[in-house]
Design a protein around this ligand. Structure first.
Ligand SMILES: NC(=O)c1ccc[n+]([C@@H]2O[C@H](COP(=O)([O-])OP(=O)(O)OC[C@H]3O[C@@H](n4cnc5c(N)ncnc54)[C@H](O)[C@@H]3O)[C@@H](O)[C@H]2O)c1
Length: 448
């Protein structure tokens, strides 16, 4: 046990991750704005045309040892991650557009960039999707699988995975599809057995995203969820994930407004400043905005966006400061802005003796530019988790909460939403699996 600033357990005896040998196949569900921005971005980086800004796996460093040791390698040089040159993409969509056409439609990346990448992007053509308009009201899919029941559809996705697997060494799946209607776990989600019976009987509680997730986890493929859908957030999927050594994490990429919230809220709490209201509104004009214009899909997003403050502020511990916060989140579909969202926050805070103050945040962000590196990092870290003996069979990878609006945790454990706690947790997990000292930032040994 080391008792320096790096205190905590030194985990030298731990079995380190296996090396990232060969090709990593990335199966993306939904080749829309986020997915095509990630794929085009990876290709641009591979060709030396751009830098992977926003990606911890590509640009981040990790401090090892004491501050005086001056040892901070790149994350990707410290843990054995798949190299970008070894990534092979494929995916599904309800439209037949290839990745070039879909990226052009999404209008996130400039035309000149896309033209340079066109020959590669055109080669990625979506497989027919599992889709049911009941779960995403605003979309009308044409490129969809037909099957006699949900079990049949899951088997077809499993066949897609098996076929792809013949061409690569390892596979990870990530949902970059649209936000589905709000669903709560029911009896069908409580065990693998109940879920499989539900697939046979076409249980309405099973949405398409769960059919993909079930297929992935059954095939031993790790699964990440970029949307707020229920998907793997239920006992049946956790059981399957553990059983087959296919790691899962939380849901909904933490990009714009919630990213800001999980930075600002911990700062107010750290300084014991009270909050009486937090009003957040957004204008957004991409297809995601159109889907979220449907109240049933918005409800799913709203739940995911509302969750963070409650956990960060812990009103039960600080009733004088946070008991009566009025928290509201709105998303308005406004086509002229496309993917360039604008998010406003009005925060009513109060300080010494209860005197009120206000903070206004106006974030003119680019949704998919923020989401793409998150999607890439999740894929690379889930692949690492699967190659790591101490992580592969634990199911939920809580250390990946850093990237997600709705972190997933073991039952009965409240989620950590504070971005800086999440960042420490992630980096300490990497130190832990590599047998390095954990860093607690105590640092008294410098003054001995
Ligand atoms: N961009 C961000 O900052 C951000 C942040 C958090 C979460 N998200 C979520 O990520 C998801 C993707 O966002 P986007 O901006 O790329 O949206 P998008 O509408 O551009 O792309 C979604 C794609 O998924 C496809 N799709 C829908 N249902 C499908 C199914 N069952 N099978 C296969 N494909 C399906 C759609 O046809 C579309 O091409 C959304 O759910 C969004 O809420 C995005």
């Amino acid at each position: 046990m080391s008792t320096t600033e790096q205190s905590g357990s030194k985990t030298a005896s731990i079995e380190k991750p296996a090396p990232a040998k060969g090709k990593l196949g990335v199966m993306v569900v939904g080749l829309g704005a986020v997915a095509t921005t990630m794929i085009a971005g990876v290709e641009a980086v591979r060709r030396g045309l751009a830098k992977p800004i926003g990606s911890l796996t590509q640009m981040g460093t990790i401090r090892l040892g004491k501050r005086t040791d001056n040892k901070s390698p790149l994350v990707k040089d410290f843990v054995p991650l798949a190299d970008l040159n070894d990534i092979v993409f494929t995916g599904w969509d309800i439209f037949e557009d290839n990745v070039y056409e879909s990226a052009a439609h999404a209008k996130v990346l400039e035309k000149e960039t896309l033209e340079q990448l066109k020959p590669y992007l055109e080669t990625i053509k979506p497989l027919p999707a599992v889709f049911d308009q009941f779960y995403v009201k605003r979309l009308h899919g044409t490129h969809v699988k037909k099957g006699k029941n949900k079990k049949d559809l899951a088997d077809q996705v499993r066949t897609d995975i098996q076929n792809f697997r013949k061409t690569v060494d390892r596979v990870v799946m990530i949902w970059c599809g649209s936000t589905e209607i709000f669903l709560e776990p029911t009896a069908v989600h409580q065990s693998i057995d109940a879920f499989e019976k539900g697939l046979e009987s076409d249980d309405p509680g099973i949405a398409p995203s769960q059919i993909y997730a079930y297929a992935a986890l059954s095939e031993g493929v790790p699964f990440a969820n970029g949307a707020p859908n229920l998907t793997v957030d239920c006992p049946a999927m956790i059981e399957l994930s553990k059983k087959n050594g296919a790691p899962i994490c939380g849901k909904d990429f933490k990009t714009g407004q919630t990213f800001m919230k999980t930075v600002l809220a911990p700062a107010f709490k750290a300084r014991l400043l009270g909050v009486s209201g937090w009003y957040s509104t957004n204008i957004l004009g991409n297809r995601d905005g159109e889907v979220l214009d449907d109240p049933e899909s918005f409800k799913t997003k709203e739940e995911s966006k509302l969750g963070s403050l409650e956990y960060i502020f812990q009103p039960e511990l600080y009733p004088d400061l946070y008991k009566d916060i009025f928290h509201k989140v709105r998303i308005n579909y406004y086509p002229p802005r496309g993917d360039n969202k604008e998010g406003w926050d009005n925060i009513d805070i109060f300080g010494w003796l209860g005197y009120p103050m206000q903070i206004k945040v106006d974030f003119l962000c680019r949704d998919s530019i923020l989401a793409a590196p998150i999607a890439l990092d999740l894929v690379l870290f889930l692949d690492l988790a699967q190659r790591t003996p101490s992580l592969t069979n634990i199911g939920i990878q809580e250390w990946l909460s850093f990237y997600l609006k709705s972190p997933q945790t073991r039952e009965g454990l409240y989620p950590e939403h504070d971005l800086f706690i999440q960042s420490m947790k992630l980096k300490n997990t990497l130190r832990h699996i590599m047998g390095a000292d954990l860093i607690t930032h105590l640092g008294l040994e410098y003054y001995d």
